[in-house]
Design a protein. Structure first.
Ligand SMILES: NC(=O)c1ccc[n+]([C@@H]2O[C@H](COP(=O)([O-])OP(=O)(O)OC[C@H]3O[C@@H](n4cnc5c(N)ncnc54)[C@H](O)[C@@H]3O)[C@@H](O)[C@H]2O)c1
Length: 401
């Protein structure tokens, strides 16, 4: 087990109807006036926003609203939020939404006390210092931003999407109310489940070898998500299944599943190959939902690299699907591993996720464009379990059509 530092300082307030508790939670942090950040309208439609504002009113916490955060949020709305936060003297940023809204709130929170432009942090021209406290009410389990120390923002003018990492902007409190996700469309539920599983796999398939405690946690969460997502596909208002997915999304990305696997305590575990490959697809084709792209790319990446670390893939096959080779031969090993990869893909497809990139209306002619920006973002080689060249990346993309 490698050395690690694990910090998950968020207070998780998890339960049925708990969205109504946000006011009390925010007041307990000493906040008097919050910047209330939300997205495109599902929180208005479902009545969640009204519940949150009623809860703030009841707790005596003032607020000013900033709506309209888009998926893959842009720095423009972050700058607008920073101006608003300063002008209105808010002392906390409250996100009501998914990863895009929470990441926007994080950037506003660390940008407000900085005198320069917030984009400086993303260009590594400035180091994050003071940060307003962040609270959130999660609406979609997927990105894991409610507990993560990462924040990703796009800059349309520069055609860039950049991330920063830090513990200072992990949310102080996250209200997780599974009932809020009853209204989530099946496609978004499924894409979220894929993203959650992929966050775990990116860490599981690091080059660190076996870390039994972390490996068991990782495989256990994946098994739970497979069961729960299957249940929710048939019964969208199954509380326990929704609750399982929601908590899994948090644990998948708060670094618990990376403990002991990172090459250095300051690093995140894993090579993040599938996220790197998928990122280029949804950057070029924003209509592709991140989780749907991952549903195709993760199995394609697995099929391409498994020979580089048979032991890791056998651990995955056994830990998630109870599959072991019938004997020690190469053929039996290959059968067990490919069965597990096929099972994972069958599960994704059973949720309504695409099997191929063609199912997402993508064409092989687009691959060159993805590779061009992949090279800009990652250099000539990236990844950990088996570092990928641009030719490897091309082969993986093409294998997925
Ligand atoms: N920082 C980033 O760049 C970042 C972070 C997370 C996600 N993303 C990207 O943004 C996309 C959207 O992810 P997101 O996490 O922000 O989700 P989101 O909040 O945009 O939700 C996705 C869709 O589901 C609907 N929805 C969400 N919660 C709902 C609920 N409880 N009931 C009914 N409908 C609900 C939304 O209206 C929306 O149509 C992803 O595909 C991903 O690619 C980007």
């Amino acid at each position: 087990m490698n050395d690690f530092v694990f910090q998950s300082p968020t207070r998780f307030v998890f339960g049925r109807g708990y969205a109504d508790r946000i006011g009390g939670e925010v007041a307990a942090l000493g906040a008097k006036r919050a910047l209330l950040v939300y997205g495109g309208g599902s929180v208005v439609r479902t009545g969640l926003l009204a519940r949150v504002t009623a809860s703030l009113d009841a707790a005596g916490v003032g607020y000013v609203e900033l709506g309209g955060v888009r998926p893959n949020p842009e720095v423009g709305i972050v700058r607008k939020g920073i101006e608003l936060a300063r002008h209105e003297h808010v002392d906390l940023v409250l996100a009501v939404g998914g990863g895009s809204v929470i990441d926007t709130s994080k950037a506003i929170a660390f940008g407000t006390s900085y005198q320069g432009d917030v984009w400086d942090f993303f260009m590594r021209k400035a180091t994050i210092g003071a940060c307003l406290p962040i609270a959130c009410v999660l609406t979609i389990p997927a990105a894991g931003s409610e507990a993560s120390g990462s924040c990703v923002i796009s800059n349309d003018e520069l055609d860039l999407k950049k991330g920063v990492n830090g513990d200072v902007f992990r949310p102080r409190v996250a209200v997780l109310d599974p009932e809020v996700t009853f209204t989530l469309p099946q496609y978004q539920t499924a894409a979220g489940a894929v993203d959650i599983i992929c966050h775990i796999c990116e860490r599981f398939f690091s080059g660190a070898g076996a870390v039994p405690v972390t490996d068991n946690i990782a495989c256990g969460i994946i098994r739970a998500v497979i069961d729960a997502a299957t249940t929710v596909t048939a019964t969208p208002d199954d509380y326990d299944a929704r609750a399982t997915i929601m908590w899994s999304g948090t644990l998948a990305h708060n670094d618990l599943c990376g403990c002991g696997r990172a090459s250095a305590p300051t690093k995140r575990a894993g090579g993040w190959e599938s996220h790197g490959l998928e990122h280029e697809i949804s950057a070029h084709r924003p209509e592709v939902t991140h989780g749907a792209g991952l549903a195709v790319i993760l199995p394609a990446w697995m099929r391409y690299v498994w020979r580089a670390d048979r032991e890791r893939f056998l651990a995955f096959a056994k830990g998630v699907f109870d599959v072991e080779p019938v004997d020690q031969t190469d053929e039996a090993t290959q059968d067990a591993i490919t069965y597990a990869i096929d099972e994972l893909q069958r599960f994704f497809v059973s949720l309504g996720m695409p099997r191929t990139l063609a199912d997402l209306d993508l064409a092989p002619a687009e691959v060159d464009g993805w590779l061009q920006t992949l090279r800009q973002n990652k250099g000539e080689r990236f990844g950990e379990l088996r570092p990928l060249t641009m030719e490897d990346a091309r082969a993986i993309y093409l294998s997925a059509f």
